[in-house]
Ligand binder design. Structure first.
Ligand SMILES: [Zn+2]
Ligand SMILES: [Zn+2]
Length: 427
């Protein structure tokens, strides 16, 4: 017997009912905000992620599934990676397909599996599902606020807002960040000995990432570090004020977390995260930020953008905390006469399906008693007993499985009674 690869998962049964709901509400919410779907490859050239996400991020340094494309003529083969996130690929597609023409904002969303080669642990999988929206083409703080609004609207609609809260921050821009970086580097250099090995490495590469460290000793030092919010240039400060003002106008509640840095290098100005305390260490359910230089970095025109990603596995985990999800049972179960299923019974099955009524039948010709038991187990509301005599009269016995009452009805009436949303559904 084979077992699935560690860190990967199978999803089936009632769990799928929850996933279907999470995904259909996701699509409805994106449609409401006129964010259009973009369907992207799961595989990209590794360089897209190296360039797009940043060489010093954990994702690119150690978490990508990368392999050489051996179909290439040269012996080395170009490096390809399974996508670890969706933004870099979306921006690559935006540029490659010339979506910056005509100019103006493009609101795009993607959804599907992402892959990270991290050590499997609770709430973290090596294949996980994300959806995300990218608003590309506006530098207005209203774009930031409305993107956040979309994220929060979705969490409201899947009914998990009470488990989460929104944190926002500004991570500055290439004008004001260098000065803050040297201030931060100076401070952490003074406390070098108290920092963990990872942070000592970050100190030379990207001191901002130290603020993200969960190590207890590092935490004590981080607590007294200066924050970006105190070092913003006037433009960044004004942008952040406007984002807050628009969030207030949109009635979106938030907490300012000056220590929040996202795990990606491309963010400028606004960064945000939706956080939960319900899922252990994996606390972020969604998050994003502004990435004004990213399109240019990946070889496109200088077009600003802002976006977010949602961890759908965590959304589903939160939805299941307060609601039970069940797959839709059949409307009815056709109980056949027994033995080989007759053509008249198959015709009845077809007729009900043609009316969009999900109906079950026993393929194997079991006895009637066993079929009725089976009907009960499926959760069907009705058993349609296709007795030979009744069928000859163009009728069937309709048995309500919860009240155990039954009556003879004509097949035309049957469709009215068990049909989907029919006003005469009086049984
Ligand atoms: Zn700035
Ligand atoms: Zn540390």
């Amino acid at each position: 017997m084979f077992q699935k690869v560690k860190g990967f998962q199978d999803t089936y049964g009632d769990d799928c009912a929850c996933w279907e709901k999470a995904e259909s509400i996701m699509r409805d919410t994106f449609a409401l905000f006129l964010v259009r779907e973009i369907r992207l490859p799961i595989l990209e050239k590794t360089a897209v992620f190296n360039r797009g996400i940043g060489q010093t991020t954990d994702i690119v340094e150690k978490e990508m599934f990368t392999f050489a494309d051996r179909d290439r003529a040269d012996s080395e083969g170009e490096l390809l990676s399974l996508r670890p996130e969706g933004t870099a690929g979306t921006v690559r597609a935006y540029i490659e397909n010339g979506l910056y023409n005509p100019p103006g904002i493009k609101k795009l969303y993607y959804s599907g599996p992402m892959f990270r080669r991290e050590k499997p642990q609770k709430g973290r999988y090596r294949q996980f599902s994300q959806c995300g929206a990218e608003f590309i083409g506006s530098s207005s703080p209203l774009a930031d606020a409305d993107a956040i609004n979309l994220l929060i609207t979705y969490f409201d609609r899947v009914n998990i807002s009470r488990f989460t809260h929104l944190e926002i921050n500004s991570v500055g821009c290439p004008l004001c960040r260098p000065e803050y970086h040297s201030k931060l580097t100076g401070y952490f250099n003074k406390h070098k000995d108290g920092l963990c090995a990872d942070c000592n490495r970050r100190l030379t590469k990207n001191p901002l990432r130290i603020l993200d460290c969960k190590n207890e000793n590092c935490g004590k030092i981080i607590k007294n570090a200066s924050v970006m919010l105190d070092s913003l240039c006037p433009e960044c400060a004004e942008h952040f004020e406007s984002v807050k003002m628009y969030l207030d106008a949109l009635n979106v509640k938030y907490i300012i977390n000056p220590f929040m840095v996202r795990g990606l290098d491309y963010y400028v100005r606004t960064a945000f995260e939706v956080v939960t305390a319900e899922l252990g260490a994996a606390s972020a359910v969604g998050g994003g930020g502004r990435y004004d230089g990213l399109v240019e970095t990946l070889g496109g025109p200088a077009v600003p953008g802002v976006g977010f990603a949602i961890g759908m596995d965590r959304v589903v985990a939160l939805m299941k905390l307060s609601e039970e999800f069940k797959q839709t049972p059949p409307k009815a179960f056709i109980v056949t006469f027994g033995g080989k299923v007759k053509n008249s019974e198959i015709a009845l099955l077809n007729r009900l399906r043609a009316q969009n009524i999900p109906v079950e039948i026993d393929y194997d010709g079991k006895g009637m008693k066993s079929q009725l038991k089976q009907a009960d187990r499926t959760g069907a509301k009705y058993a349609v007993i296709a007795g030979e005599e009744e069928m000859n009269r163009g009728a069937v016995m309709l048995r309500n499985l919860s009240s155990s009452t039954q009556e003879e009805v004509s097949i035309a009436d049957l469709i009215l009674k068990i049909g989907n949303n029919h006003p005469f559904n009086f049984l």
